[in-house]
Write a protein that binds this ligand. Structure first.
Ligand SMILES: Cc1cc2nc3c(=O)[nH]c(=O)nc-3n(C[C@H](O)[C@H](O)[C@H](O)COP(=O)(O)OP(=O)(O)OC[C@H]3O[C@@H](n4cnc5c(N)ncnc54)[C@H](O)[C@@H]3O)c2cc1C
Length: 453
């Protein structure tokens, strides 16, 4: 079957879905091609199932605190097979919901893997048998194929899991080794520890969460150690031996770890395999698709958004890039994405969240003499009866020259929810005096942001 469309979108993930629906809302005829489940990384194997696991895992801390509030639990147990099956059911429901949304938006969904035949034509293939299912012609083509996890090139790497595999497990192992220092590694370390798994984390460098505020990262390091996560720095895997379920992990420090599973959280890369980009003429630069500020590639009718362009790899950014692409090409608005104040979080336990510039970056860019750092470090009320758990840290980075708040950072309960709201004030250019003039809401954690002296 051959068909022609105003727009073909490759990949029904966060960015592709947003772009396709918005373009169709302006009256464009739109096809979307998806080789896996509709929803992409975020819905199927990223943000959403991860957050559901975080919700489950973080209950363990509440249960630990509960006796100080008078609760008495006997024989408390977690069945990870039940949790994982329940999460998968929810993911399946969301997948169907997104297919319905496409239908309602009059976007035509083609299931199968897309590859370029030329700069206006995409062939859809069944990758299992190589059979061509469809051939589509598009006036414009949007590449929104996302990224996928990287596996290191070491002996026995095939025995390890990636984050994709974690959501497909029947149950979690008794003991796991996690390799990596980024947000996905730290989130999984906390999730699994909370669900009763013995966690060892191997970090190649000397800190976790490079690029995040150093004080928050070191506070999380302490909190993770206090939870009995075995965090090791300057240590990397050199080989994995054994059989699935019983692994012997050797490191550069000539140590061996015995685990029932290993998770490689060692970074992600654009998912370019199988696209046959060379037939479209689109250039790849440093393993990603290079685009201009309007998400246009070097070929005038081909665009790319989301993780495949490796700009800021977060769902809201991919969605905004998709919507702005549709507005510019099929609607009337020509606004570009604003990458300046993108809030971000680590759904560790405790949570970290930030918006704006970190203290390190502020010192690098305008100099330490030009900034003032306000901080508040305290034990939240919710931890005062149990007398356990880490302290909250709230930080404001202020430009001394104009009193403007450049960065707002936090570790503690509900950090992501609080920072989402704080990001509105930074967008509006709030000054420290605006924070000071805001009435506190007591007793809360967030009130510390408006009472710092
Ligand atoms: C474990 C994990 C946790 C995360 N947590 C968060 C979080 O808390 N918050 C946040 O903002 N972000 C988070 N992210 C990042 C977020 O998921 C991504 O930034 C986002 O999904 C990128 O959207 P995208 O549209 O670029 O690509 P994707 O959502 O990855 O979608 C790309 C789609 O294209 C399909 N595809 C690929 N090649 C082809 C082809 N040739 N033909 C047809 N289809 C194809 C894929 O199957 C996929 O469905 C997380 C990621 C991971 C892995």
């Amino acid at each position: 079957m051959k068909s022609s469309f105003d727009l073909i979108v490759l990949g029904a993930g966060s960015g592709g879905l947003a772009a396709a629906k918005k373009a169709a809302s302006y009256g464009a005829s739109v096809a979307i091609v998806e080789g896996d489940l509709v929803g992409g990384t975020c819905v199927i194997r990223g943000c959403v199932p991860k957050k559901l696991l975080v919700c489950g895992s973080s209950l363990s801390e509440s249960f630990l605190s509960a006796p100080s509030y008078g609760f008495d639990f006997d024989n408390l147990k977690i069945k990870s097979e039940f949790l994982l099956a329940n999460v998968r059911r929810e993911v399946q429901r969301l997948n169907e919901l997104h297919e319905n949304f496409l239908n309602k938006a009059r976007v035509k969904l083609f299931k199968g893997w897309g590859e370029f035949k030329n700069s206006n034509c995409v062939v859809i293939k069944n990758r299992k048998n190589g059979e061509t299912i469809n051939e589509l012609y598009g006036e414009k083509i949007l590449i929104a194929v996302g990224g996928r996890p990287k596996r290191p090139n070491i002996e026995g790497a095939f025995l390890g899991w990636t984050s994709d595999d974690m959501f497909l497990l029947k149950s979690f192992p008794k003991k796991i080794t996690i390799v990596g220092a980024g947000y996905i590694a730290c989130e999984f370390a906390c999730i699994l520890q909370g669900l009763g798994v013995e966690v060892t984390q191997l970090v190649r460098g000397d800190r976790i969460l490079k690029g995040f505020d150093f004080e928050l990262a070191s506070s999380l390091t302490e909190a993770m150690k206090n939870k009995a996560i075995n965090l090791n720095f300057g240590e990397n895997v050199s080989s994995i031996k054994g059989t699935p379920g019983s692994l012997i992990i050797s490191t550069n420090k000539d140590r061996e770890f015995h685990s029932n599973g290993l998770l490689f959280a060692t970074g992600r890369e654009p998912f370019l395999e199988g696209l046959k980009l060379e037939k479209s003429g689109v250039e790849i630069f440093k393993n990603k698709i290079k685009v201009d500020s309007e998400s246009k590639t070097n070929i005038s009718n081909i665009f790319a958004i989301g993780d495949v362009t490796n700009r800021i790899n977060l769902t809201p950014v991919a969605i905004d890039e998709g919507r702005k692409f549709a507005d510019r090409n099929y609607g009337e608005s020509d606004h570009n994405v604003n990458y300046d104040l993108v809030p971000y979080a680590v759904f560790s336990q405790p949570e970290i969240a930030s918006v704006g510039i970190t203290e390190d970056k502020a010192i690098q860019s305008i100099g330490g003499d030009n900034i003032k750092v306000y901080r508040s470090i305290f034990r939240p009320l919710s931890k005062s009866l149990p007398k356990t758990g880490s302290k909250c840290i709230l930080k404001l980075i202020v430009d001394k020259n104009n009193n403007k708040v450049l960065g707002c950072h936090m570790i503690g309960d509900n950090a992501s929810e609080i920072i989402q709201m704080a990001s509105i004030s930074l967008m509006l250019g709030a000054k420290k005096s605006d924070f000071d003039n805001t009435m506190a809401l007591h007793p809360t954690i967030a009130e510390e942001f408006v009472t710092m002296i």
